[in-house]
Design a protein around this ligand. Structure first.
Ligand SMILES: Nc1ncnc2c1ncn2[C@@H]1O[C@H](COP(=O)(O)OP(=O)(O)OP(=O)(O)O)[C@@H](O)[C@H]1O
Ligand SMILES: [Mg+2]
Length: 361
């Protein structure tokens, strides 16, 4: 699939914007704070309903305005589609595909599969487990419609169970209701665990080869799903930990405590990897996602590279650009120097200044 055009209205520092893109590499360049990231954010938001920066809708709407609009024309299996997103200050956003409103975000996810890559993502291996769970959740939600359903239910029940644990301090007679929440937690939590295991198994089949190539056969990578609990003993473990949970008024067992380990040549690089090793593994992970989308959704994703090229050495940069040849890509950067000096292939270039395109080739 590919994105043909983007229109913005009262979106961050864009009062009005209209852009037509190429199917290959689209370069957005300009000085700091001119609006480059805002464009890739709009694409990400339209595709996933969320800002990659975690911004709220009302922060995205242009100052002193009440609404913002995003319109994307995209081609999928030779058919053109139109996606409209309408952000409102104090209400939920409206989304429509081909002018038909969409009610659940799960109906949107996967329509325009996107992969976002920023310097922050290079730290996924060094950062704490919550970043890696976030990665699992975002990627899986795009690939598997039902995952988001189970995860949302799980998180809601987890919150209700935790609230009840707090309430029990004052109303101990409610303790019998805990069992109901335990059963619900296990029901949805087991699905979350099942999907995550399948995803990591699939990822492992893809990442090994990519990582070998990226490291010139010097490194063997293996991802391991460190699930906090197996689904078949989830309920038993929950019962065992009940007194601890009551004491600390929080749920100590479940997939909300999961992690993934990255084993390179037998070593856990979360703790013992060099910075370069951690960054290379993060790059392998991103490149694997492209392949994963192709295999699971039978579609090519759109790749958004925000300020990431300047963070990679020239070998990795060349490898990255080589691997994404048949993928529509949006790259942001401040200058064109390295593209010109290294003859990197670019189909379309946009120079951005103060929320306007001032030059395009
Ligand atoms: N709701 C908003 N309304 C108007 N302007 C906004 C809003 N939110 C952010 N901005 C402006 O958008 C600009 C930042 O844009 P953006 O993050 O896209 O910059 P950038 O070109 O990616 O810069 P850098 O190279 O530093 O990453 C800032 O000038 C900021 O003040
Ligand atoms: Mg930026």
């Amino acid at each position: 699939m590919f994105i043909k055009s983007l229109e913005l209205k009262n979106y961050r520092n864009y009062e009005q914007l209209s852009m037509n893109f190429a199917g290959g590499t689209n370069l957005l360049y300009g000085d700091n704070a001119q609006g480059k990231t805002n464009i890739v954010e709009a694409i990400y938001l339209a595709a996933t309903t969320k800002s990659h920066r975690g911004s709220k809708d009302r922060e995205i709407i242009q100052f002193h305005h009440d609404e913002a609009h995003i319109r994307i024309h995209y081609e999928k299996q030779d058919i053109m589609h139109q996606l409209d997103m309408h952000l409102k200050k104090n209400r939920v956003k409206g989304v429509a595909i081909d002018r038909i409103p969409i009610r659940k975000s799960s109906d949107l996810l996967g329509q325009i599969p996107v992969i976002f890559f920023s310097p922050e993502d290079l730290k996924i291996i060094k950062n704490g487990p919550s970043e890696r769970r976030k990665f699992l959740d975002i990627e899986l939600s795009q690939l598997e419609r039902l995952y988001l359903y189970h995860l949302t239910k799980y998180n809601k029940i987890l919150m209700q169970r935790n609230n009840l644990l707090k309430q029990l301090k004052f109303q101990p007679n409610l303790v019998d209701t805990l069992e109901f929440w335990d059963l619900q937690l296990v029901k949805y939590g087991s699905e979350v665990i099942r999907y995550r295991r399948k995803f990591i198994d699939h990822l492992n089949m893809i990442i090994k080869q990519i990582h070998r190539k990226l490291t010139g056969n010097r490194e063997e990578i293996q991802l391991e799903y460190e699930n906090n609990v197996e689904y078949d003993i989830f309920l038993t473990e929950l019962n065992k930990k009940r007194s601890i949970d009551l004491k600390y008024t929080t749920t100590s067992i479940g997939p909300h405590r999961d992690d993934i380990s990255f084993i390179v040549n037998g070593i856990d690089i979360r703790k013992f990897g060099s910075q370069g090793q951690q960054r290379t593994a993060a790059l392998s992970l991103k490149l694997s996602q492209i392949q994963l989308v192709k295999e699971v959704l039978h579609d090519t994703p759109v790749l958004l590279l925000d300020d990431v090229l300047s963070e990679l050495d020239s070998n990795r940069k060349i490898y990255l650009l080589e691997s994404i040849k048949d993928t529509q890509t949006f790259i942001t950067c401040t200058g064109l120097d390295e593209f010109i000096s290294q003859h990197l292939p670019v189909q379309r270039m946009f120079q951005i200044k103060e929320g306007k395109i001032i030059k395009q080739n």
